[in-house]
Design a protein around this ligand. Structure first.
Ligand code: NAD
Ligand code: ZN
Length: 375
């Protein structure tokens, strides 16, 4: 099975003689409390005609809420509610695309994802697969997409992953978990309305928020760091400290975490993540542990790598009285443990970023085993 290199393409050359990545950015963004109200106006010029609908993919946690009523549907637009309980899958993307194609004669005018990283990734993938032939799984990898996606918009309702700015959509395929990394993946428009994150439960707020915090620590302490990444990473880290350790109002906190996520995503886009993400990926691969919580479970035990980062993390856990689950790896078989370790060690650029070019001499399977056993 192929190891997920979700983020590995985000590494960038460190020497001037190497080729620098030409990174696509979100060309349009609206920010502000209540900015969701502008969605109708934003979409209007993108509507091709009345038979070409806007397709809204919405986290089903919003079923029956005011938000659904505020979605500016007209003509034959469709709202599709989707659960974020499980990570997005290629077959789910294929099924959505088939459903849309069966139902509408015309190609939709756009796809709008409303939710967390799960819904944002689904919206990106559906937008790509509406114009590209075959199955979503055949595009998992790097730069395999050759046709422009249809117009797609990302509207986060929880902050932290940076999926709103990234050029990947991470999908679980039949044989591998891997992103569709391409210049066409990035959203055409993002709407950042901090009010949309109001209902997020505390634990989930913390786990997804810590994804952002860990992006900053791993980017800022990494060997791939450069002024581009540092400028975004430092700002994001300052915002995370205010949100998770400061005494600010709930309103302020929502606004700041939303911008921390954005900056954190921009920071790793041009550098790389590190040990926590590599090991969290092993947890996700073998045990299905989700990205945010997986990062937290691992990070706690990474004092040797990120002493100051872990110290602050512990302060944050205490301040918010977060009870991290334990005993996760207790009943792993030796074979499962070995898979977990090899999956984590397979994320080579992450290790190189964290520990330098000769990272292989600085980390061992035994070290990883001893950390996993504590989790
Ligand atoms: P999520 O989308 O999985 O949602 C987590 C939970 O929060 C769900 O139960 C969801 O229903 C709930 N939720 C979301 N908004 C809410 C709201 N306003 N009120 C109440 N509940 C709400 O969470 P996530 O952590 O944002 O995303 C994780 C996913 O993102 C993973 O699948 C991961 O692979 C992916 N990811 C992608 C990238 C990328 O660059 N594409 C980066 C990091 C992670
Ligand atoms: Zn992450």
């Amino acid at each position: 099975m192929e190891v997920n290199k979700e983020i590995t393409l985000k590494n960038i050359p460190t020497k001037a003689s190497e080729h620098y990545r030409n990174f696509p950015m979100v060309p349009r963004v609206v920010y502000g409390k209540g900015s969701f109200e502008q969605l109708g106006d934003i979409l209007m010029p993108k509507r091709k005609h009345s038979e070409a609908p806007m397709i809204f993919l919405v986290d089903d946690v919003f079923e029956g809420t005011e938000l659904l009523r505020r979605i500016p549907t007209i003509f034959s637009d469709q709202i599709i509610l989707i659960s974020a309980e499980e990570e997005p899958k290629t077959i789910q993307v294929d099924a959505l695309v088939k459903m849309i194609k069966d139902q509408f004669v015309e190609m939709p005018s756009g796809v709008i994802g409303i939710g967390g990283g799960t819904l944002l990734d689904l919206a990106k993938a559906v937008a790509i697969m509406l114009t590209n032939k075959g199955d979503a799984s055949s595009y998992q990898g790097w730069d395999l997409v050759h046709k422009k996606a249809i117009y797609h918009v990302g509207i986060p309702t929880i902050s932290g992953t940076g999926a709103e700015v990234s050029r990947t959509t991470v999908l679980l395929g039949p044989e591998k978990k891997l992103g569709i990394n391409s210049d066409y993946t990035t959203f055409d428009q993002v709407v950042l309305d901090p009010e949309l994150t109001k209902g997020v439960p505390k634990e989930q707020w913390f786990y997804t928020g810590m994804d952002c915090y860990i992006h900053c620590i791993e980017s800022l302490t990494g060997t791939y760091l450069n002024a581009f990444s540092q400028s975004y990473g430092e700002k994001s880290l300052d915002l995370c400290k205010e949100v998770f350790l400061g005494n600010i109002t709930a309103d302020d906190s929502r606004e700041k975490l939303m911008m921390a996520s954005w900056h954190g995503g921009m920071s790793i886009a041009y550098s790389q993540v590190g040990v926590a993400h590599a090991m969290s990926y092993g947890l996700g691969y073998v045990l299905g542990v989700k990205h945010g919580i997986g990062n937290c479970l691992v990070f706690k035990y990474l004092k040797d790598f990120y002493p100051e980062g872990v110290r602050l993390f512990e302060e944050m856990v205490q301040k918010h009285q977060i009870e991290l689950p334990s005993g996760i790896c207790e009943n792993l078989t030796d074979a499962e443990m070995d898979t977990m370790i090899s999956v984590a060690l397979g994320m080579e650029p992450l290790w190189e970023n964290a520990l330098g070019k000769n990272w292989k001499s600085k980390i061992s399977s035994e070290k990883l085993r001893s950390i996993y056993k504590k989790i």
